[in-house]
Design a protein around this ligand. Sequence first.
Ligand code: NDP
Ligand code: OXD
Length: 310
Amino acid sequence: MVILFQSKTDDPQQWRRAFAGALPEAELRIGAEAVQDPAEVDYAVAWKPPKGLLKQYPNLKAILSLGAGVDHLASDPDLPTHVPVVRLVDPGLTWGMTEYVVWAVLGHHRRTREYRQQQAQHRWARLEVPLGPSRRVGVMGLGELGADAARALKAMRFDVAGWSNRRKQIDGVESFAGQAEFGRFLARSEILVNLLPLTQATTGILNRQTLGELPKGACLVNAARGGHLVEADLLELLGTGQLAEATLDVFREEPLPAGHPFWDHPRITVTPHEAAITPAETAAATIAENIRKMERGEAPSPMVDFSQGY
Ligand code: NDP
Ligand code: OXD
C-alpha cells in the first residue's frame, strides 16, 4: 500500500517514524516528487496540497486531511470527490485546542493584559473579576473541538453556551441552534470563542453586525479560521470599546504580514496558528485506523459532507 504524505508544514521524518509504528505495511511517499508512478498511490494524507494535485492519482481510494478543518481541500475545484474525504478527529488535536481555549478565556476573564500593564507601571491595584458562574462564555461550533472546549470551560464553572447547526446535549451547556437562535446566543456571550469550520455559510461571520450584538466590552477568541473574521470590523469595534480585547490564532493571510495592524495593537494577542497542531504521535494512529477500516471494506469516519462544506 502506498501513501502520499503531502504537507509543507509538518515534519516528514517525524511522520515517517509515526507511520512506521502505526501502519508498518504502508510505503510512505513524502511529497508528490517522491511518487514515480501516479497509479501506485492508494491514499493521500494531506495538508494544503497544491490545487489540482490530488486529481492526478487515478487509483486513489481516499483523501485523509491532516487537519480538523477541510477548507484547504474543499477550496480545490479539482478535488476528487468520488472517493471518501476524511476529516481528522484526533485526541491530541482536541487536547491542544481545549488548552488554547481555556488559556485564552482565562486570560480575558482574569484581566491578564491589564495586570501586565500595571506591572510595567509598578502599580499594585486589584481589578474586579466576576466569579466564574457569572461569566458568560459562548462557543460557536459545538463539534469535536467546540464540545470538548465547552465541557472544559463548564468544568471551570463558567456559564457556558454553544451555537451549532443542530441542537446539542452537553451537560450544563446551553445549546443554541441555527440562524433563528444566533442573536440570543450572541447577546449573552461576554467572551466569544469561534470554533466553526470555514464554509460558504460561515465566511465573514465575525463582523460589525454580529460582534455588535455581543454585550459591550466583550472579548473575542478566534481559533478557527481567519476567513471567519472581517478584520477591519474588529479594529473598528475595538476602537469604539464595543469589544475590549481579542485573542487571534488564525488570519486571512498567514503568516500574518509584517506590517499588519494586529501585530502592534495593544488589545490584540496574536498566536501563529498554533492552537492545535496535529501531533504525529496520536494522529498517525488515528489515520492508520481509518485506512485499515477502508482496507476491510468499512467506511472511514468522519467523512466530509460537501453539501454542508464540513
Ligand atoms: P466539526 O465539524 O466537528 O464541528 C463543527 C461545528 O460547527 C459543528 O457543531 C457544526 O454544527 C457547527 N457549524 C458548522 N456550520 C455552522 C453554521 N453555519 N451555523 C452554526 N453552526 C455551524 O469541526 P471541529 O470541531 O473538528 O473543528 C472546527 C474548526 O476548528 C475546524 O474546521 C478548523 O477550521 C478549526 N481548527 C483550528 C485549529 C487551529 O490550530 N487554530 C486546529 C484545528 C481546527 P453541527 O454539529 O450541528 O453540524
Ligand atoms: C486544523 C488546523 O484544521 O490545524 O487542524 O488548523
